[in-house]
Ligand binder design. Structure first.
Ligand code: TPP
Ligand code: MG
Length: 321
């Protein structure tokens, strides 16, 4: 079933906000204006947008190293996100986390993470908390195909399975971990054979089709809220940029493969579909594009105008055990 017009526009707008944000970040990283590593989510926007549209602030998500899209789709403040990426004091982690550690507990974004697979146990804990709270809230974890080859992935599937946790596993299968093809790295072959072995309901969707993701995530999250146990959604997709944004890193993926996926742009495809359905007029499209650009430029201006943390702040909010 087609989503209503309001939902369609929101799905489109969220994808566009992610794209514009990521275009800005990519340019700034390549120009040397952003410190540290940044991983681009361009190409995968339909997944964050389609899944997070079903979530409230009380639902918790956990992201990974490629996390900007998840933060935006969950409703994180773009100004504070941008400031964080530039290492500014007004950033959502006071400028100490950077691109790979954006978190905002106030909207249920428990954090991005530079350690592949590390979000899985955190989300399993969040799902356990949601179950104990008993209010029908859920947890969602976004991870890549590469993370499926980590030991903790299996531990979390098992625990979520035996405890029937309200946890949605969203595997963003972009076919590669850095430059290693998934078909080389994964003995199981099809990823969903793994949740299948743990008796976890699962589905494969086209991760570049925002309505397919939205529909599948909607069914999955409704099951979680009813207490039917975890769900595993594999979204097949592709990242447009090399693994992380850097002039030095080589991209060993075939050029024709990259080009073929660019032609399957999730945003362009949805724009065409909504125009054909009459949901998106040219005037509305222009206005969405203008406002989205203003939002990203506003976030950049906010980040530029913000101070860096003072040296004496370095040891504040830092914990060790
Ligand atoms: C435990 C661990 N091993 C290796 C790395 C280096 N590393 C960072 S991202 C990455 C690939 C992850 O691939 P995938 O999970 O498919 O996510 P994608 O980058 O494709 O979105 C690797 C190997 C790391 N950060 N943490
Ligand atoms: Mg991958």
């Amino acid at each position: 079933m087609e989503p209503d017009g309001k939902t369609c526009i929101e799905l489109y707008t969220t994808m566009l906000e992610i794209r514009r944000f990521e275009e800005h970040v990519a340019k700034e990283v390549f120009d040397g204006n952003i410190p540290g590593f940044a991983h681009s989510y361009i190409g995968q926007e339909a997944i964050a947008a389609g899944v997070c549209r079903h979530l409230t602030k009380k639902d918790r998500i956990v992201s990974n190293h490629r996390g900007h899209g998840h933060c935006i789709a969950k409703g994180a403040d773009m100004n504070r996100m941008m400031a964080e990426i530039y290492g500014k004091k007004t950033g959502c982690c006071k400028g100490k986390g950077g691109s790979m550690h954006i978190a905002d507990f106030s909207i249920g974004m428990l954090g991005a993470d530079g350690i592949v697979g590390a979000g899985l146990p955190i989300s399993t804990g969040a799902a356990c908390a949601a179950k104990l709270e008993g209010k029908g809230n859920v947890a969602v974890v976004f991870f890549g195909d590469g993370a499926c080859n980590e030991g903790e992935f299996h531990e979390c599937l098992n625990l979520a399975g035996i405890w029937k946790l309200p946890l949605l596993f969203v595997c963003e299968n972009n076919g590669y971990g850095v430059n290693t093809p998934a078909e080389y790295a994964m003995a199981a072959g099809d990823i969903t054979r793994i949740p299948e072995a743990y008796h976890i309901a699962n589905k494969v969707v086209d991760g570049n089709d925002v309505e397919a993701v939205h529909a599948a995530a909607g069914e999955a999250i409704a099951r979680l809220r009813k207490g039917d146990g975890p769900y595993f959604l594999e979204c097949k997709t592709y990242r447009w940029y090399k693994h992380f944004l850097s002039k030095e890193l080589e991209d060993l993926r075939p050029a024709d493969e990259i080009q073929a996926w660019k032609e399957r742009c999730p945003i362009k495809a949805y724009e065409a579909l909504l125009a054909e359905r009459g949901v998106l007029t040219q005037a509305r499209l222009k206005s969405i594009h203008r406002k989205t650009l203003q939002k990203v430029e506003g976030a950049y201006a906010f980040a530029l105008a913000s101070p860096y943390p003072a040296p004496e702040d370095a040891l504040q909010d830092v914990y060790s055990i």
